[in-house]
Design a binder for this molecule. Structure first.
Ligand code: GLN
Length: 454
C-alpha cells in the first residue's frame, strides 16, 4: 500500500520520510512465529505502526522534519517505541511532520509537504500530518503522534481519523525530541476509537526516565470505549464551550458539530453551554510560552553534537560554524519562533511577556477546573475549518496559528482531548472533527464519549 500511494516529495500522499521494509518484515515474521508457537500475545501483536519522526528510533533516521538532523540515527528508542516493539508491533517507518512540530499543515517540513488522502491538493493538518495521512490512506492501521498545541487532534480532524492527546504526563516523553516540554504529549492516531484506546493503554503509564511522567498505572480505556460503543450515555453531563464556536467558524464544520451534540442528547447525555472566558487568550498565551521553551530546546542544535555541520569558507571558528549550520539547517518558521522566544525571555521583557503568559495560563486552567465542577466533559469542533489548499496559509503565520484555536487550551492546562470524525462538511465534502475534553487523568471519558458518537 505504501509503495502504491505514498509517492515522494513531488507527488503522492508522502506520509513517510523513511520506510523500513526489511525491519518491519522481520518483526512481522517474529510475530508469526510467536503465534504459531502458541505464545501469549498482546492484542496488537503483529499490527504494524507508523511513528512520527520526532520520536527516537534506534537504528532508524530521526529528522524531526528538519535539515539540521539530516543523517542523524539515534542510538536509543523512545520509551513509547520500546513499548510498541515489546508488544510485537512491526514499525513501518517514520512519518512526515512540520519541522520540529511547528505548524498546522506539514508544509513546514524540510522534506516537502504531506498531501491529504481525501484531496491531494489540500493539507493533512499538522504538525503530525504524516501520521494522520498514513492512517487515513490505509498505509498504516495505527500511528504515533505528538500534540503540543493540537498536532494529533487537528490532523485527525482534517483527515477523518481519530487522534488522542492524553493527560500531560500520562505517556512518557522520553525519546521525544522536545518542542515545548510543558505542553508536549505523545498519543495515538488511529481509524477507530477502540484502536486508540488499545494503543493508549499500551504506551501509557509511569516511566522513571521521564520526570514529568505521572506515577499511576494507565487503565480502563478499552473498557470505556467498549461501554461507549453500546451508545448509552445516560447520566453524562456535557458542556459545549461557548467561546470555541460561532463567527469565523466554517458553516459546514458547525453544522456537523451541532448534529453530534444533538446525538449526545439522543444517547441520554445532559448537554448545557459552558463559558470559559479566558480561552480567548489561549493563542496569545501559547505563542509566548511555546517559543520561549522551544528557543531554549533548540539551542542544543549547535553543529557539534548532531546531524548537519556547515563550515564556512575561511572561518572554521566555533561561532561561525554554529551560525552557518543553524542558518542552513533551520527553516523560516523555526527561526521565527526562536526569535520570538529569545525576545520574550530576554531581561526586561521576561515579566511583561513570558511571566504574564504563565499567569494567564493559570487562569485558563482555572476555567477548566470550574467547568469540570459542572460537567463531566467539554466539547467543541476540533478545528475551525476543514483541510485548506496547500499553499493557502504557508506564508501567513497568524492564519496558520488560528487553526489551533480549539486545541491549545487543553495543552496549556494539561487535560486530555480526543478528536473523533463527525462526518463531512456539506460545502466541500471534507472531514470534520468533534473534540471531547476531560479532566486530567479522566482520559477514560474521552473513549466513552468518542466511541458513542463515532
Ligand atoms: N500547530 C501548533 C504549533 O504550530 C501545534 C504544534 C504541535 O502540537 N506540535 O505550534
Amino acid at each position: 500500500r505504501i509503495a502504491a500511494v505514498d509517492g515522494d516529495a513531488t507527488a503522492g500522499v508522502h506520509a513517510f520520510l523513511h520506510v523500513d521494509v526489511e525491519g518491519a518484515l522481520e518483526q512481522a515474521r517474529a510475530s508469526d512465529e510467536r503465534r504459531a508457537a502458541g505464545r501469549p500475545l498482546h492484542l496488537l501483536d503483529g499490527v504494524p505502526i507508523a511513528v512520527k519522526d520526532v520520536l527516537t528510533t534506534q537504528g532508524l533516521p530521526t529528522t524531526c522534519g528538519s535539515r539540521i538532523l539530516e543523517g542523524w540515527v539515534p542510538p536509543y528508542d523512545a520509551t513509547v517505541v520500546t513499548k510498541v516493539k515489546a508488544a510485537g508491533l512491526p514499525i513501518l517507518g517514520k512519518t512526515n511532520m512540520d519541522e520540529f512540530a511547528m505548524g498546522s499543515s506539514t508544509e513546514h517540513s524540510a522534506y516537502g509537504p504531506t498531501r491529504n488522502p481525501w484531496d491531494q491538493t489540500r493539507i493533512p493538518g499538522g504538525s503530525g500530518g504524516g501520521s494522520a495521512a498514513a492512517v487515513a490512506s490505509y498505509e498504516a492501521p495505527l500511528a504515533l503522534g505528538t500534540d503540543t498545541g493540537g498536532s494529533i487532534r487537528q490532523p485527525g480532524a482534517v483527515t477523518g481519523t481519530v487522534g488522542v492527546k492524553p493527560t500531560y504526563g500520562g505517556v512518557s516523553r522520553y525519546g521525544l525530541v522536545a518542542l515545548a516540554n510543558s505542553l508536549d504529549q505523545v498519543g495515538p492516531v488511529t481509524r477507530t476509537v477502540l484502536d486508540s484506546a488499545l494503543l493508549h493503554e499500551l504506551i501509557g503509564g509511569h516511566d522513571p526516565l521521564d520526570s514529568t511522567s505521572v506515577d499511576q498505572p494507565v487503565g480502563g480505556l478499552v473498557d470505556a470505549a467498549r461501554q461507549g460503543a453500546t451508545g448509552d450515555l445516560a447520566g453524562l453531563k456535557v458542556g459545549v464551550i461557548k467561546e470555541l464556536a460561532g463567527d469565523g467558524w466554517q458553516p459546514g464544520v458547525m453544522a456537523r458539530f451541532q448534529e453530534t451534540v444533538e446525538l449526545l442528547t439522543e444517547l441520554g447525555a445532559a448537554v448545557t453551554e459552558i463559558s470559559c472566558p479566558t480561552f480567548v487568550h489561549s493563542l496569545a498565551t501559547y505563542y509566548l510560552i511555546l517559543p520561549a521553551e522551544c528557543s531554549s530546546n533548540l539551542a542544543k542544535f549547535d553543529a557539534m553534537r548532531y546531524g548537519l555541520r556547515v563550515v564556512p569558507d575561511g572561518d572554521p571558528s566555533a561561532e561561525a560554524v554554529m551560525k552557518a549550520t543553524r542558518d542552513a539547517g533551520f527553516g523560516d518558521e523555526v527561526k521565527r519562533r526562536i526569535m520570538i522566544g529569545t525576545y520574550a525571555l530576554s531581561s526586561g521583557y521576561y515579566d511583561a511577556y513570558y511571566g504574564q503568559a504563565q499567569k494567564v495560563r493559570t487562569l485558563i486552567a482555572r476555567d477548566f477546573t470550574a467547568a469540570f465542577e459542572q460537567v463531566d466533559v467539554l466539547v467543541s469542533p476540533t478545528s475551525p475549518t476543514t483541510a485548506f489548499p496547500i499553499g493557502e496559509k504557508v506564508d501567513d503565520p497568524l492564519a496558520m496559528y488560528l487553526q489551533d484555536l480549539a486545541t491549545i487550551p487543553a495543552n496549556l492546562a494539561g487535560v486530555p482531548g480526543i478528536s473523533v470524525p463527525a462526518g463531512l462538511a456539506e460545502e466541500d465534502g471534507l472531514p470534520v472533527g468533534f473534540q471531547v475534553l476531560a479532566p486530567a487523568l479522566a482520559d477514560d471519558r474521552l473513549y466513552r464519549v468518542g466511541a458513542a458518537v463515532e
